[in-house]
Design a binder for this molecule. Sequence first.
Ligand code: SF4
Length: 147
Amino acid sequence: MTILIRPHHFLCMLTFMGKGYSAAFVKNYAKIVERLNSGEDIKIVDGPDDICKPMLHEPDHHCHNGSVKARDIAAADKISEVLQVDLASVRQLSLPRSQVNTLRRAYEDGVFRIACNGCQWQEMCASIAVRDYRGCHLDPGQEPNSG
Ligand code: SF4
C-alpha cells in the first residue's frame, strides 16, 4: 500500500518519538512510521494526509489551515533542494534510509527552519536533533561508510 504524506510531514517524521496531539494521533503516527521503515511507498498530497487523519473530525484543527499549506510549500521547496528531486512533480516516491540521514543532517543545519517557523513543536524538535534523534521511530539505517 501507499502512504499519503503532505510535504512538511517529511520533516516532522524525522523527530517523531511518540509525542503528539492525542493518543489516537500518536498510535496512528507510530504505525505509519513502522510502515515507512518497512519500505512502503509514499504518495505526496496537498493538504491533510494519513498522519492528519485522527484529527480530521475536529473541524477547527489546523490541518486545513492556509498557514499549514504554506508550511508544506516551504518544506517541499527545501526537501526538493536537499534530496535533488522535484517534489512538485514527483508525486510518488520511496524514502530510502540514506535519505532519512540526509534530511536529518540538513535539519540540524537549519535548512528547514523556514518551513518550521511558528510551529508549536519547534523547540522540542530542535532538542531531539541535538540529541542525534535518539529514541526516534524513523529508522536511520546505517551511515554511509559505516560498514
Ligand atoms: S518543528 Fe514542527 S513542522 Fe518542524 S519538524 Fe518539528 S513538528 Fe514538524
